[in-house]
Write a new protein. Structure first.
Length: 523
């Protein structure tokens, strides 16, 4: 580790997950996610590391992103990361690739010569610069000319001044981003005015229309969610509900025949599919099938946020002995008003939400209620309100450092769940072959501890393999194997782990290849 001037710095020790990172979407003009703003906690660095604060901040943010996984957190999108002067002059840009990182300079960064030189070097290396809370000022013009993005606070800048700013900078090839877009009306005005990108919570706010009639497909999905959360499922009612909707029928059969499950033969009927999935599997599928339908004509990010919230609520509930299934539904239903354009109380009534969930979401319970507190922790984390988050976590006895880890896992789970095959990339472009037999595997957990486990190899391709093991292996754990008789010499990450008849079916993705090649008579 070196300082910017080349002098070797003293080593800095810190715990990786001390850094909290949340993501907030940035949309294009079609309401598609263009990038994520990464919001991180950095104010503790100065107190914790003194003169080494810049180095600690650089290492912590970079290493946390790399450990969580850029792909897991960003899903192929760009990352806008706010930089102060010390981070700009530090080494974080060299950790993250220019095709991913957008360096967003805080308003406090003064455009002195050292800053301008650093910005010019980064621009030459292919990095994009953005100016946060931009207001045209003569002294900031040199920075503005280096920038690829200008972010404007819609609440702080009069609309007439915004229009003049757009007329000045967009012809120069600089994209202008509207910040704090809080309502649908804000978004429509900003898009009409000519903004290129939009950030805010308008996508999660319902468009209030009295007497709205829910389309038949959405109403069926609401009924499905209501049925799927009953303590005991009525399989006949579910079969009838699914069978009368083409999308739900197709979705169920597609899901049950996916790579998530190992079957001797394909499943062709609704009844057979439900028998294969069982109660918990049906509840899980119902969420994945219903949400995209509810989100039709809505930003797709609504579904992603709903799933992240659901999983995060479930994880936090497990730490405080609150029923995880109810907590998952609470997170899932927290954006139901935005998905349906119904008032939240009416939408919750349509899905027959449990009283505890309704009370927490409608803020009709005392502040110490555990469901309410869990939901507030989730919302505060999304917005980067770290101090309030810590206070809420303390009231529940939740170790605050467990929240960012749970959030990172929840973003990955949501991404995987939406693809229904628990696959981050299209690794199935390589054919799998049935290669079976006993196999010894080295399992490395997130803390770097290693253990040797016995596994049964099920199939293999040039970029992955599937195992059957007797114990659950956490997602993203590393597995290594070196077995000449199978032609395997690989290290990969666990991308799914599913319970199957007393065992766990593990899918391993090997970016560097498995070392295995199909014989000529197979290939």
């Amino acid at each position: 580790m070196y300082r910017s001037g080349g002098e070797r710095a003293a080593p800095v020790r810190f715990k990786l997950m001390d850094v909290f990172i949340a993501r907030q979407p940035i949309f294009d003009r079609q309401k598609q996610v263009f990038a994520y703003q990464l919001v991180y906690r950095s104010e503790d660095f100065q107190a914790a590391f003194g003169e080494h604060a810049r180095i600690a901040g650089t290492e912590a943010i970079g290493n946390t992103l790399l450990t969580i996984g850029i792909d897991n957190l960003l899903c192929g999108k760009k990352a806008f990361i706010n930089f102060d002067r010390s981070l700009l002059l530090g080494e974080l840009p060299s950790i993250l690739p220019p095709e991913v990182l957008v360096i967003e300079l805080a308003p406090s960064v003064e455009p002195d010569q050292e800053v301008l030189d650093a910005g010019g070097r980064l621009q030459a290396q292919g990095y994009a610069l953005a100016l946060d809370d931009f207001v045209p000022q003569a002294q900031r013009e040199p920075l503005a000319r280096l920038a690829k993005f200008l972010k404007v606070d819609m609440e702080a800048v009069p609309r007439s001044d915004q229009q003049q700013l757009l007329r000045t900078y967009r012809p120069l090839g600089i994209a202008v981003l509207a910040g704090k877009v809080e309502t649908q009306e804000d978004f429509e005005w900003a898009r009409e005015a000519g903004y290129d990108y939009f950030q805010g919570y308008f996508f999660a706010r319902p468009v209030s229309v009295h007497g709205r009639r829910i389309p038949a497909a959405k109403f069926t999905c609401l009924l499905l969610l209501a049925e799927a959360q009953q303590p005991e499922l009525d399989f006949r009612t579910l079969e009838a509900l699914i069978s009368r909707d083409v999308w739900l029928s197709y979705s169920l059969l597609l899901y049950v025949n996916s790579a998530l499950f190992a079957h001797a033969a394909d499943v062709h009927s609704i009844k057979h599919a439900m028998a294969v999935l069982g109660e918990e599997g049906i509840r899980h599928w119902a969420v994945l099938a219903a949400l995209p339908q509810l989100a039709k004509n809505k930003p797709g990010e609504l579904v992603t946020v709903s799933l992240v919230r659901a999983r995060l609520c479930e994880r936090l509930a497990g730490l405080v002995k609150v029923p995880p299934q109810q907590a998952l539904l609470m997170g899932l239903f927290s954006l139901l008003d935005a998905l349906t354009d119904l008032p939240l109380d009416e939408a919750l009534a349509r899905v027959h939400a449990a009283p505890a969930i309704k009370a927490a979401l409608l803020d009709t319970v005392p502040s110490g209620d555990p469901f309410w507190s869990i939901m507030q922790i989730v919302r505060r984390y999304e917005r980067g309100e770290w101090h309030t988050l810590e206070e809420l976590a303390a009231t529940l006895g939740i170790p605050v450092k467990s929240v960012p880890e749970a959030y990172a896992e929840s973003t990955l789970w949501a991404q995987q769940a939406l693809h229904a095959t628990f696959r981050k990339f299209d690794t199935r472009r390589h054919v799998r072959y049935a290669v079976t037999g006993p196999l010894r595997v080295l399992w490395e957990d997130r803390e770097g501890k290693e253990a040797v486990i016995q596994a049964s190899l099920m199939n293999v391709s040039v970029e992955g393999f599937q195992l059957l093991v007797s114990e659950k292996i956490p997602l993203l754990s590393y597995l290594r194997c070196n077995e000449p008789k199978f032609g395997l010499c690989a290290r990969g990450r666990v991308r799914y782990c599913n319970y199957l008849k007393g065992k766990y079916l593990i899918g391993v993705e090997c970016r560097g290849g498995t070392g295995w090649h199909p014989p000529a008579d197979l290939g």
